[in-house]
Design a protein around this ligand. Structure first.
Ligand SMILES: NC(=O)c1ccc[n+]([C@@H]2O[C@H](COP(=O)([O-])OP(=O)(O)OC[C@H]3O[C@@H](n4cnc5c(N)ncnc54)[C@H](O)[C@@H]3O)[C@@H](O)[C@H]2O)c1
Length: 353
């Protein structure tokens, strides 16, 4: 082995392991935090609100994902929420779904690294860094390439990101190497996943190549239809009585999921605001930006009801397993039926366009 390869192998040797909700029971801790103050009490209230949205019979839960959650070891928590019918639709950044989850589904891993490293050396070794996590850039290229192959295999027409991600799930079902995957489990459970800014991730590189290379030889190409995404997610809101948002981080998924109330209103359907909303974020509201804007503020826009909302100011690797684990161990999912919104969207002529 060359010296460079040895150094790379040495840096990529400790896997990021995904925490499992089965390995701890946070109920006593959350109950104690409920009697405390500051973010402890906010976390307890958020956990109770998540439990309430799961227990309400006619309430669909939309999970929103931003930041780098899957690479950080939170994949299994999301897979467990899917397996236990504790989430009915997902709105995410492409990074979580493609670069991180689909990437692991193809058999690749994330590695424990360190921020105290010479990034020029990492560049030479084709190692990408997310804070204290390392990724093999050559493997990410294989992920981009798989997205191109999927795009090449499709009829050349506009697709919602949800439709494309379903194709990725089908790919993993046939050829995946790691079956513990959000994309795969959502495919099996008919839970739709939307990535409103889908090209802004590994899939984008594959789609750019698909359009460029096929375009050079005059072949028609597939494309993404972001309005179709918005219509499909809005149809979910119009299909159920109540909705609850469980938002991890901020960014595009937070706004996109909140906006479906307004979209339904514009379509002349009175759906009511999101009844429940919880957000875990490290952003605060001082800059006026979306990621830290409070859920009370969202109420002024007619998107979120103020009765059952809770901001939690904390980092998701700590707070997400606590809140999800509380509802899971309180068995809030008991008796909850899978809604299989993906089937509804596949059948809908309006969503098919
Ligand atoms: N994160 C990556 O490594 C990565 C890789 C490729 C592409 N992208 C793309 O970049 C775009 C922007 O991504 P984004 O919206 O995730 O941006 P982002 O990472 O800036 O996250 C948005 C906000 O969410 C909150 N947040 C993020 N991580 C958190 C955490 N661990 N705990 C608590 N709060 C947290 C913060 O307030 C942050 O400002 C997306 O289109 C994504 O696909 C990201």
């Amino acid at each position: 082995m060359k010296k460079k390869d040895l150094l790379k192998a040495d840096l990529l040797k400790t896997k990021v392991e995904h925490v499992s909700l089965d390995t701890f029971n946070p109920v006593p801790l959350i109950e104690a935090m409920d009697k405390m103050a500051f973010q402890a009490r906010n976390t307890a209230r958020a956990a109770q609100i998540y439990e309430m949205m799961l227990k309400e019979k006619d309430c669909a839960v939309i999970l929103c994902l931003a930041g780098s959650l899957v690479s950080a070891g939170l994949k299994k928590v999301i897979v467990q929420l899917l397996e236990n019918d504790m989430v009915d639709a997902i709105v995410s950044t492409g990074a979580n779904i493609v670069d991180q989850d689909f990437f692991e589904g193809l058999g690749f891993r994330h590695w424990q690294g360190t921020p105290f490293v010479d990034d020029n050396v990492l560049r030479e070794l084709h190692i990408d860094r997310i804070y204290d996590t390392f990724i093999d850039e050559d493997e990410l290229r294989a992920c981009d390439d798989t997205c191109k192959k999927i795009a090449d295999s499709l009829d050349p027409r506009p697709y919602s990101s949800r439709e494309f991600i379903r194709e990725m799930g089908s790919w993993l079902a046939r050829k995946g190497k790691n079956k513990e995957s959000i994309v795969l489990r959502a495919f099996e459970k008919d839970v739709p996943i939307f990535c409103p800014a889908f090209s802004d991730c590994s899939a984008g590189f594959g789609l750019v190549e698909h359009q460029y290379r096929n375009g050079l030889v005059g072949k028609p190409t597939m494309s993404l239809d972001s309005a179709k995404d918005f219509l499909e997610l809005t149809r979910i809101k119009m299909d159920v009585k109540e909705t609850g948002l469980f938002m991890i981080g901020g960014g595009v998924p937070k706004n996109f999921a909140q906006d479906i109330v307004v979209a339904a209103d514009i379509l002349g359907v009175d759906v009511g605001m999101h009844k429940y909303a919880v957000q875990i974020t490290v952003a605060d509201e001082r800059d006026g930006a979306l990621s830290g804007s409070t859920l009370k503020e969202a109420s002024s826009w007619g998107k979120v009801s103020t009765t059952f909302e809770q901001m939690v100011y904390g980092e998701a690797t700590v707070f997400f397993p606590l809140i999800a684990g509380y509802a899971y161990h309180k068995k809030a999912q008991k008796g909850r039926k899978p809604r299989r919104f993906a089937q509804m969207l596949e059948l809908s002529p309006a969503a098919r366009g």
